[in-house]
Design a protein around this ligand. Structure first.
Ligand code: SF4
Ligand code: SF4
Ligand code: SF4
Length: 261
């Protein structure tokens, strides 16, 4: 029997699922090895019997948590898809304000009291609610990486997700570093896997694939010094996708490189 895959969306723009729908004829290679049993964006059928659950979107409400736990209980492997799911992504921007203020700002005086649909809490990434087995990062995801992850899992192999920074891919593409051009870039602290698509096209990396779990902080500090840039600027660049990376009290919480790394 083929591995059964189901897709689920929570708070998101659904752009990561769209990337998968846009695989077009390449999707034929995938469905040779997996059965897609649920995927609201592209099919009407739905089944509660699946091996791999792919989750897109952030978790914003108690009713989302309840649904997510049910999905986790039904699958063998759970994959978080895209920044909204893997880190909370841009949905976490709103966590800098009390949730009551955000609700008031959005819904004004509408009568939403006691309606569970509007009963929001602070944005959570999927792994803040249930265990996640694999992560497909990015906003949106990289389609090749998606194919690699799903194919590996269907074949019983462990997918390989880069643990090195975007700069590595950027250098391989022989780009002139954007710092040299007076721009700012989060490539040195961001997880690779997108083939450095932004700097390769002249735009700084905004860190959509998330900050490395062990970034080379010494190296980042060296870059900041070399180009006469400030820590505050680095921090301000991280507010799009990585508002949770910095400790507001004492600055950078990035782990300093240990001698053994
Ligand atoms: S990660 Fe980006 S593209 Fe994907 S669903 Fe979230 S906002 Fe959309
Ligand atoms: S442009 Fe950005 S990703 Fe490329 S080498 Fe410079 S800092 Fe790294
Ligand atoms: S270069 Fe940075 S912002 Fe652009 S896709 Fe890659 S990780 Fe995301």
């Amino acid at each position: 029997m083929k591995t059964r895959v189901a897709f689920f969306d929570f708070s998101s723009c659904e752009g990561c699922q769209l990337q998968i729908a846009n695989l077009e004829e390449e999707i034929l290679d995938l469905i040779e090895i997996v059965d897609v049993v649920s995927f609201r964006e592209v099919m009407k059928e739905h089944s509660n019997e699946y091996d791999i659950a792919v989750i897109e979107g952030s978790i914003m409400r108690p009713m989302d948590e309840h649904r997510l736990r049910k999905i986790r209980s039904r699958c063998k492997i759970l994959v978080a898809l895209g920044a909204c799911a893997t880190t909370g992504g841009i949905n976490k921007i709103r966590n800098q304000w009390p949730v009551e203020n955000v609700i008031k700002e959005v819904y004004k005086d509408a009568d939403i009291k006691d309606n569970e649909f509007f009963n929001a809490f602070q944005t959570k990434a999927v792994n803040e609610v249930i265990p996640v087995d694999y992560y497909i990062h990015g906003c949106p995801i990289n389609r090749d990486e998606f194919k690699h992850v799903i194919t590996s899992l269907a074949l019983g192999k462990k997918p390989v997700i880069p643990t090195y920074p975007v700069c590595v891919e950027c250098k391989k593409n022989e780009n002139v570093c954007l710092f040299e051009l007076g721009k700012y870039c989060l490539g040195p602290i961001t997880r690779a896997g997108c083939n450095a698509i932004c700097p390769t096209n002249g735009s700084p990396c905004d860190g959509c694939r998330g900050i490395l779990s062990k970034p080379d902080v010494e190296c980042v500090m060296e870059i900041l010094q070399r180009y006469d840039l400030t820590y505050e600027e680095l921090k301000s660049r991280c507010t799009l996708y990585n508002t949770n990376v910095f400790n507001p009290k004492d600055g950078m919480t990035l782990v300093r490189r240990s001698k053994n790394d």
